[in-house]
Design a binder for this molecule. Structure first.
Ligand code: PMP
Length: 311
């Protein structure tokens, strides 16, 4: 069965879900979106979607900023997402992309309030976000993370991602796996699609939300896991660039990237360059949770059961 998308009120084959070339969001990035994973659990034949509600709550905040009226409640958006997965019949890990966007087919109009809105939700099969069989190598990007006084980085707004895309593209061209961005005042901010953590002994350190980071759903989960399951201390504070070179461990966190160990920053080894023990424990705990294998956390996932096998 072909994959199904939800587009402006209807379930349609993904291949037929199209928007016109005059769509405002295509010209100006006027959209709020989410990146959500459906984690396939082959043992019980179910798809687990971790913290689905929280993703839509964040998207709703972005919509508020862009004067987009979401046509559905958060509950209904969650139900639509489950329906897309069940109708598509995926039996593998997927990436789910809902987007609320300025759908008006009118160019040269910069008044958000004058433009009609659209919404879609689609899902595609998805494996690893960063291809690597161990710790990755990062550079500090020459592009600074955009500031809240420019375009607020606390929401997932389409146009904002040009900032991440420039940094990521340059990092890959220079032979690194990922870029770490500094903010306007030169403190460590985050990866291009992940939050960042440093490990010192029994303490995790991560930049504050006011450092212009995206308030990551995985970041919040890592903080809770570290405190409650691993008995670690967590400090949210300003982080200097030079700390990246001397921390015992560095890792990135994000829905797409999960928990990704960093083995090198700007060619310098982090620890011994391998996945560190704290990162390893968090990776295992997190992976179990998002695949529905930890009963204590299962209620935080929405479950979809595919109706038919995807073709
Ligand atoms: N920062 C940026 C810039 C991101 O795009 C993402 C991915 N959404 C994250 C951090 C991690 O956020 P989350 O854990 O909610 O996926």
């Amino acid at each position: 069965m072909p994959a199904v998308a939800f587009l402006n009120g209807e379930y349609v084959p993904l291949a037929e879900a199209k928007v016109g070339i005059m769509t405002h969001a295509l010209h100006y990035g006027t959209a709020a979106f989410e990146g959500i994973r459906g984690n396939w659990n082959a043992t019980d034949g179910k798809m687990y979607i971790f913290k689905l509600r929280e993703h839509y709550e964040r998207m709703a905040q972005g919509c508020k900023l862009l004067w987009i009226t979401l046509p559905y409640s958060v509950e209904k958006l969650c139900a639509i997402t489950v329906e897309v997965l069940e109708r598509s019949g995926f039996q593998q890990d997927v990436y789910i992309r809902p987007m609320a966007y300025k759908a008006e087919e009118k160019v040269a109009n910069l008044n958000l309030k004058a433009l009609k809105d659209g919404f879609f939700c689609l899902a595609v099969p998805f494996g690893s976000y960063i291809e690597s069989d161990g710790a990755i190598s990062c550079c500090v990007a020459s592009w600074r993370r955009i500031d809240d006084t420019m375009v607020p980085p606390r929401f997932k707004l389409s146009g904002l991602y040009l900032n991440s895309i420039l940094a990521k593209t340059d990092a890959l061209a220079d032979g690194f796996d990922e870029a770490i961005m500094l903010n306007q005042d030169g403190h460590v901010c985050e990866g291009t699609g992940e939050n960042i953590f440093l490990v010192y002994g029994d303490t995790l350190v991560t930049p504050t939300l006011e450092s212009n980071v995206l308030p990551g759903i995985t970041r919040a989960t890592v903080i809770r896991l570290a405190r409650e399951e691993l008995g670690l201390r967590v400090e949210e504070r300003l982080v200097d660039r030079s700390e990246l070179y001397v921390a015992e461990e560095v890792f990135l966190s994000g829905t797409a990237a999960h928990i990704q160990g960093v083995g090198k920053v700007d060619h310098r080894l982090v620890g011994d360059g391998k996945i560190g023990p704290v990162t390893g424990k968090l990776q295992t705990a997190y992976f179990d949770i998002v695949h529905g294998n930890n009963p204590a956390y299962r209620s935080q996932s929405t479950v979809a059961t595919p109706r038919v096998a995807a073709s």
